[in-house]
Ligand binder design. Sequence first.
Ligand code: TYD
Length: 400
Amino acid sequence: MIIRTDCRCCRGESLIEVFNLGEQPYANAYLSAEQLGLPEQRCSLVLCECADCGMIQLRHVVDATDLFSNYSFLTGSSQRMVRHFAELMRENIARYVPANGLVVEIGSNDGTALSTIPSERCRRLGIDPARNLSDIAHERNVPYITEFFTEILARKVLQSHGSASLIVACNVMGHVDDLDDLCRGVKLLLHPDGALVIEVPCANWMLSRTEFDTIYHEHLSYFGIRPLATLFSRHGLRVTQIRTQEVHGGSVRLTMLHGEGHSGQVTPWVEGEMRQRDWTAFGGRCEESRERFIRWLTKARDGGRLVVGYGAPAKATVRLNYCNIGTDLLPLVVDSTPNKQGKFIPGTHQPICDPSRIEEQITSDVVILAWNHEQEITTKLAGYKANGGRVSSVITLPGN
Ligand code: TYD
């Protein structure tokens, strides 16, 4: 673990602490039954804001190899995300990739996005350090390099495959400590007429929607447009398009080309995002949200109702730990990801079971912890609801 003292977008050194979630376990470090009795690794979760460009980043940077060599989230487990990425690929390949051109995806997870591209249309290459995910991608016949994307790797790919007409990096920039190295790699690998397309959750929505549970050790950065535009222009890449996306609690998709001078879309975004930030109000809303969740669970338990949490994403670990909710208030969570089942939530120790447990056991209340997949999960619970079960989302629980 290192403490970062400069901004990873503009390299300024005026970082101001704006929010502190205390010592927290690693959100994706699901525990086996044997690990339950052992001490758990914890690390501070402190957000800092750059006084120069407005970048928001964690003060403590955990060693990436600890966090990413075995990654639990599979993009393919959400049909909505599969459709989202298929569309992104279709649209950008039509625009930027000639026949047999190269598409590189950085942080390609289980190969879901690349597998939506017909292999006869263009060449595909996934790059992701998670070994367990590359096995799945290989089964889908997606060419894959199991490594972190760096300038050194970009040079090797350039030699072996030639330049890339399209480089896609969705939900990956926030995980990378050395963004200069990533940008140098992109600059090197990207064809002169090629495009870089990234997606990142939008920091201002995180604030305005009180999405504190998206803050965890893997998410080193919480971007606005200004820090990103600053970063890319330092590397000779210009932002040509910004589009909002309703995934992961509110994201932005940016397209970059080689060259200088950002699109006229950038200035209004930058002005808006600096005006909207109020950390004191955010802190107050996080407290309220915690109190509301505890009150709701306590009332359910005291009323003899059994509550099950739906989804064991990293954000569930953060919320349950921030709210200090043990198995007395929430005895069980379910998740469709096979390698999470049979394990336990870090810190608060709820067992993670197959979602079929909801139908098997007469559960009176389901609270959706994976709130960014609410619609998809609610649809799956139609039968349960028809039998009298109640379904709520953790972010819209009633006040009393
Ligand atoms: P994700 O959206 O990646 O959140 P985070 O980035 O906070 O980890 O994770 C979603 C989780 O929800 C994942 O573990 C799979 C689970 N899930 C279900 O169990 N059932 C579903 O129908 C869907 C869509 C997701």
